[in-house]
Design a protein around this ligand. Structure first.
Ligand SMILES: NC(=O)C1=CN([C@@H]2O[C@H](COP(=O)(O)OP(=O)(O)OC[C@H]3O[C@@H](n4cnc5c(N)ncnc54)[C@H](O)[C@@H]3O)[C@@H](O)[C@H]2O)C=CC1
Ligand SMILES: O=C(O)C(=O)COP(=O)(O)O
Length: 351
């Protein structure tokens, strides 16, 4: 750094209900001041976009580090951060960020695509096994003192059954690797998958979701939530599924039409479901009760990604992406196409 042009301190807004930002401070503290913004929505976020500290102007933060708690980051916020160099979503799914608004504002949005791939696949497989093997059916009565082996009756043999994967990216691929040793036949539907991935993985690829749904004994979702996947699993898809099929969703709640799901559980064809994600999180009490009233529905509160190591890796990787942006270095995981903007330079002399 030039002696005549001291580097200004940056300002990073960390939007989450984190108790502390020790990891983020360790990685960014020499460059930036961090503000923790505990906000579920943009109304609550708004005061945090005001000038922070003595001498600061109304240009907003230099970077935003966003976890899952903020439900939406849209044009209203992007317009208030003209000097923002990056928005980093500390997570895989970036469906809570309005990419069009970010593009228009000329702000790159990055995610962290590779911190919890195995954890999510482990969790999806765990849900599948737990529903198929009637874990809750067997466990709940025992806690009430009822020892009765008949609760497992109806559980299917896994070997030879068909697992249908909707989406065969990182997590879908990790599912393939877990499913094959169990003797499951794996079919995938992924319109955007690399041609030949099915051959490399030794799985069958089908062109349409309906075809996959009709053949799957277990259907597991591993696609992102976007305008094309909202309610992808709906009445029409349930209507072609096999009687006794099981649905696993660790992707995003709104990929499934939950009203249709409840009907498919009550009237068939579904025998059960394992859900880590719901249309609304946290769900309304009556919706959760309706789901849990079914003996073969298991719900976990959006935790599939978590492991001690994975969560730590996530926060490190997210903070390092912010650091790269502040230093004007190439970003690793940009998920949008920001329009060029004038005056986007760093504003200080590079070392
Ligand atoms: N429950 C949890 O804790 C977590 C959930 N997730 C969710 O899992 C999703 C998948 O994660 P990754 O596998 O890492 O992402 P990825 O980007 O590696 O793979 C997603 C795959 O879905 C495919 N796809 C897109 N649209 C599709 C459609 N209409 N039908 C079928 N396939 C489609 C894509 O071509 C891609 O191959 C994320 O987008 C995120 O929403 C991710 C991490 C943790
Ligand atoms: O990384 C992801 O996409 C996840 O779903 C992890 O959970 P989150 O969205 O951060 O609550």
């Amino acid at each position: 750094m030039s002696l005549t042009s001291p580097r200004p301190r940056f300002w990073v807004l960390v939007a989450d209900f984190l108790d502390e930002a020790a990891i983020e401070t360790e990685i960014l503290g020499d460059l930036a001041d961090l503000t923790l913004a505990q906000a579920f929505d943009e109304t609550a976020l708004s005061p945090y976009l005001e000038p922070q500290g003595a001498g600061s102007d109304a240009q907003g933060p230099d970077a935003v580090l966003l976890f899952h708690d903020l439900k939406r980051l849209s044009a209203a916020s992007f317009k208030r951060m003209p000097r923002c160099k990056v928005v980093v979503r500390a997570g895989v799914g970036f469906d809570n960020v309005d990419l069009d608004a970010a593009n228009q504002a000329g702000i790159p949005v990055c995610n962290v695509p590779d911190y919890g791939t195995e954890e999510v696949a482990d969790h999806a497989l765990m849900l599948l096994l737990a529903v198929a093997r009637r874990l809750i059916d067997c466990d709940r009565p025992l806690r009430q003192g009822r020892w009765n082996a008949s609760f497992v009756h109806g559980a299917p043999r896994l070997r030879g059954k068909t697992l249908g994967l909707v989406g065969c990216g990182r997590i879908g691929t990790a599912m393939v690797l877990r499913a094959k040793p169990l003797g499951l036949r794996v079919m995938v539907h992924d319109p955007k998958a690399v041609r030949g991935l099915d051959k490399a993985l030794g799985v069958e690829r089908v062109e349409t979701l309906a075809e996959l749904a009709a053949q799957a004994d277990f259907l597991s979702l591993h696609c992102p939530l976007d305008s094309s996947t909202y309610h992808l699993i709906n009445h029409a898809i349930f209507s072609v599924m096999k009687p006794g099929a099981i649905l696993i969703n660790t992707a995003r709640g709104p990929v499934v039409d939950e009203t249709a799901l409840l009907e498919a559980l009550e009237r068939g064809p579904l025998a059960g479901a394992g859900l880590d994600v719901l249309e609304s999180e946290p769900p309304a009490a009556e919706r959760l009760t309706a789901l849990l009233n079914h003996p073969r529905v298991i719900v976990t509160p959006h935790v599939a990604f978590y492991s001690v190591e994975g969560y730590c890796e996530l926060r490190h990787k997210a903070a390092h992406e912010v650091r790269r942006a502040l230093l004007g270095q190439p970003l690793w995981n940009v998920v949008n196409a920001p329009q060029p903007r004038s005056g986007g330079e760093l504003g200080w002399e590079r070392p």
